[in-house]
Design a protein around this ligand. Structure first.
Ligand code: NI
Ligand code: MN
Length: 225
């Protein structure tokens, strides 16, 4: 499985058959100067919650590629009215797609949509994809249900926000990884805006001193998981 970081909390996971894009916020990202959205051809776009910094490019990309949106019921319905197809979910529910399974799980955050519409409850995703279990928490505070996720699944990779202020910061993300019993974390949701600036080396050190690998990718950098 190839993992590509696309800035802020946007990333893509793919294998030979499927491309899954998460929380697309690319063209408005102040850290990205030139990016051709046409290079993305996702089969699915997974949206954790309704905030602009998680869905700004979703409609454009979905319409060009006929991608399906996977998110909560309210967000999928909102996109449905724009002519974008989707698969609605809600907390605790799991579905088997052609690429693997997705469970939509709870998060502690908010979820208003850009036009003021109700965006349902914010969430995260636990995926079984290409032989790996991946947990993407979405924007969230630390919460103790993460321990249940770690007991129920052998999580190979956790994608967690580390920028603080709007979400968990480094200290809480370390604790989250421990609760999840996951030794490999990719950090997202940092440095995009002044409120969420971090010291990357300090973050890596804090995770390492707890026996957890923190991977901080450059924008458009890919790794194999
Ligand atoms: Ni948010
Ligand atoms: Mn956010």
């Amino acid at each position: 499985m190839k993992f590509t970081y696309l800035g802020h909390a946007c990333f893509m996971i793919e294998n030979n058959n499927h491309q899954l894009l998460f929380d697309p916020f690319i063209t408005p990202n102040p850290l990205i100067e030139n990016f051709d959205l046409n290079q993305l051809n996702p089969n699915y776009i997974l949206i954790s919650h309704g905030h602009e910094d998680h869905l700004a490019d979703a409609e454009t990309i979905a319409k060009k590629n006929n991608s399906k949106i996977i998110s909560n019921y309210e967000i999928v319905t909102w996109y449905g009215a724009k002519g974008v197809e989707g698969h609605p979910m809600n907390h605790g529910g799991k579905w088997s797609f052609d690429f693997g399974t997705v469970k939509y799980v709870n998060a502690i955050h908010s979820s208003g949509l850009p036009d003021g519409s109700y965006g349902g409850q914010p969430g995260g995703f636990i995926l079984d994809f290409d032989g790996k279990i991946i947990y993407y928490s979405g924007d969230t505070a630390l919460f103790s249900d993460m321990q249940l996720f770690g007991e129920q699944y052998k999580i190979d990779l956790a994608v967690l926000p580390i920028g603080d202020n709007f979400t968990m910061g480094i200290e809480d993300a370390v604790l989250a990884a421990k609760k999840l019993n996951c030794k490999k974390v990719i950090g997202v949701h940092f440095n995009t805006f002044p409120y969420i600036e971090i010291n990357k080396q300090e973050a890596i050190n804090q995770f390492n001193s707890n026996g957890i690998e923190l991977i901080l990718l450059n924008i458009e950098e890919s790794i194999n998981i």
